[in-house]
Every structure is written in structure tokens, then in C-alpha cells.
Design a protein around this ligand. Structure first.
Ligand SMILES: *Cc1c(COP(=O)(O)O)cnc(C)c1O
Length: 361
């Protein structure tokens, strides 16, 4: 198959075609280098330029202030579920976690192995359909940090605005909405994100952390699990995912050409709006998330029966609309429409939805 289909997968997910084309052109030899990026030393001048370019690209796109460090780690966002509390949840302290979906649950599970966790709010009872209101938050002003998941990829529930946490450092798992819209980085002390949703291939995890946190890290951590190791070595303590960092750099350049995050945000909102309007236009489709918490990256909805959902996703796949099956834990349909997902793919899905409803209601 040489034709590309519409890939609605939640992750690893669609990448920009110009990025794939450039990677393809340079697969055998980076210009002037005579070797693939996968074949060069991570300590070479060539790779040093690539990792610095990726870092400055992210810094510029996200407006990351100078007192924040940028790390490219491995182990996925899932390893951050452990590293965050190991580094920042002290033995005599506690951390606040706000639970809005499946990934937050996994973060909490690991934090509890390290120390005391206060669930400052949980949206589990409603089936994770929204973020909590200010009044629903039971925050502890002495907490070591507050942890949120900015976008719950499985449920399609997204924070539209940071919770107010006073002087407590705000930490976020932003795996599935980083680079999708503007964020005030200075409101966060730490942000982490696996690359494979909206930034690049799997195998790299971006960590953005504020300098002053580093002094709180205990002395007894394993070297690889201590953020200071990676800060002191510019993410080159051991061999990083060189290929992944190279692709992130290309994605940043593509984003800048597209007009940066503000332009991306407008496009993403329009794409999401097309889909939510199609869902709201009928009772045949039911959106999972409450209107105010709807994700612009992962659009989740149900059909009148599981049987119809199965039929929907398999017919869609046959039409080149792939990856629409909801996560196995919640079912339904999920359309992931990250930055690189084209608007005509969203339009194709909307017209398929209308046609499917006509034939099945
Ligand atoms: C995908 C995802 C994860 C898990 O990422 P891995 O890189 O597979 O560990 C964690 N959090 C969120 C919000 C995700 O979307």
C-alpha cells in the first residue's frame, strides 16, 4: 500500500507528512554527514546540534522560560509516574492528585508506593466525564505538589484552564495535548509527556522542570531515576533515543512553519468543533465528555449499542478511517485528531457518521 489512510490512532499516532518525507530523504545519510542519524554517536557534533535544536524549538514554541530545564528521557510517561514521586514526594510529606481518568489512576498507583497521596478530587463516580470545579477540590496547602493529567487520552477529558493551587508546585502529565494549544508554562513546575501522541515517535519522553525543584531531590536515588543526572548531563548521561529526538526536532520545525502553537490551536479547535457538532446534531451519537471538558485531541463518543459501535469502527476501517475503536477499558469510539491529523480526514469522518446513521437508525 502506498496511499496513506486517515489514522485516528491515539498513539503512536499520525506524524506530519513533510516530517516523514524529510526523514526518508535523510534515512541513508544526513546531509554532509554520510551516515544515518541512527548510526552516529550521541556525543558527536552532529547530534549535539540536533538535540540543541530540538530543545530550542520546544522552548520557542511553548514559550518555556529560562529557569526551566528540558529533558529527553526514556521509559515513557509511565516511568514518570514513578520518577515524579521518587524525586519530589518526601517521606514525611504528601502529594495531591486530581483524578480525571485512566492515566491519572496509573500515576496515583505509583505515587502510593512512594508516599502519602491525597486524592484532591476524583471524577471516577461520574465515569470520568469532566474535570472538577474549583469547589470540588480538596487541596492540601502543605502538599509537595499537585498532579493533574491535562488531557485524559482514553476518556477525552481535558482541562481548559489550570486549577488554582496557590504556592504548591503544579505538575502535569501532558502526553496527549502538549503542543496542541498554548499553555502558560510558568504556572507549572513540572510537565512531562511521552512523544508518541503529538510530538514524535514512541521512546522519548519530554520533561520540562523548573530549576528550583532540583534542590528537593533526595540523595539515595538510583542514578538513572534522579532528574539531576539528566539535567547535569543534558539528557546524555546514557544513550538517548537519538532517532526520536531527531524526529521531534523536525516536528518543531514543521510546527514553526505552520505558524506555531497559536495557529495550531485554531486549527485543532476547528477540527474538534466539526466532530462535536456532528455528535451534538443527533441523539444517535452521544459524546462521552461534558461540553466544558471536551478534549480537542481525543473525541470520544458512543452509539446506541455496542453492536453498532463494532459495526461502525469496522466499516470505517474498510473506508480508510482507521484506529477509531475506543480504548478497551471504556469502549465506544475515539477519534484522535492530533496536530498532524488533516482536516479533510475529520470531514471524511463526519460524512461517514452521517451516512452510517442514515443506514442504521
Ligand atoms: C499514552 C499516555 C501515557 C502513557 O505513555 P507511555 O509513553 O506509553 O508510558 C500516559 N499518560 C497519558 C496522558 C497518555 O496519553
Amino acid at each position: 500500500m502506498t496511499e496513506r489512510i486517515f489514522n485516528f490512532s491515539a498513539g503512536p499516532a499520525v506524524l506530519p507528512v513533510p516530517v516523514l518525507e524529510e526523514a526518508q530523504r535523510n534515512m541513508l545519510s544526513l546531509p554532509g554527514v554520510g551516515m544515518s542519524v541512527m548510526e552516529i554517536s550521541h556525543r558527536s557534533k552532529t547530534f549535539d546540534d540536533i538535540i540543541h535544536s530540538a530543545e530550542s524549538g520546544l522552548r520557542e514554541l511553548l514559550g518555556i522560560p529560562d529557569n526551566y530545564r528540558i529533558l529527553f528521557l526514556q521509559g515513557g510517561a509511565s516511568l514518570q509516574f514513578s520518577m515524579v514521586p521518587m524525586n519530589f514526594l518526601p517521606a514525611d510529606g504528601s502529594a495531591d492528585y486530581i483524578l480525571t481518568g485512566s492515566w491519572g489512576k496509573k500515576a496515583i498507583k505509583e505515587a502510593k508506593r512512594v508516599g502519602a497521596v491525597n486524592i484532591a478530587a476524583t471524577m471516577a463516580d461520574g465515569g470520568f466525564t469532566r474535570v472538577p470545579t474549583k469547589e470540588e477540590l480538596n487541596l492540601n496547602s502543605g502538599a509537595a505538589y499537585v498532579h493533574i493529567t491535562t488531557n485524559e487520552t482514553i476518556e477525552g477529558v481535558e482541562w481548559k484552564q489550570e486549577p488554582e493551587v496557590g504556592n504548591v508546585p503544579l505538575f502535569a502529565d501532558a502526553s496527549s495535548d502538549i503542543l496542541s494549544h498554548r499553555i502558560p508554562v510558568e504556572k507549572y513546575a513540572l510537565i512531562y509527556a511521552g512523544a508518541q501522541k503529538n510530538m514524535g515517535p514512541s521512546g522519548v519522553t519530554l520533561v520540562i522542570l523548573r530549576d528550583d525543584l532540583l534542590k528537593n531531590i533526595p540523595e539515595n536515588l538510583h542514578t538513572m531515576l534522579d532528574y539531576r543526572t539528566h539535567v547535569e548531563n543534558n539528557s546524555l548521561y546514557n544513550t538517548p533515543n537519538t532517532w526520536g529526538i531527531y524526529i521531534i526536532d523536525l516536528v518543531c520545525k514543521w510546527l514553526k512553519e505552520k505558524g506555531g502553537i497559536a495557529a495550531m490551536e485554531r486549527e485543532n479547535e476547528q477540527k474538534a468543533q466539526l466532530l462535536y457538532a456532528a455528535i451534538d446534531a443527533t441523539d444517535f451519537y452521544r459524546g462521552h465528555a461534558d461540553v466544558d471538558s471536551r478534549s480537542i485531541m481525543n473525541v470520544t463518543f458512543r452509539l446506541p449499542s455496542e453492536e453498532l459501535e463494532k459495526k461502525f469502527t469496522s466499516e470505517a476501517t474498510a473506508k480508510g478511517l482507521d484506529g477509531l475503536k475506543g480504548h478497551r477499558s471504556v469502549g465506544g469510539v475515539r477519534a484522535s485528531i492530533y496536530n498532524a491529523f488533516p482536516r479533510d480526514g475529520v470531514e471524511a469522518l463526519v460524512s461517514f457518521m452521517k451516512d452510517f446513521e442514515k443506514r442504521n437508525s
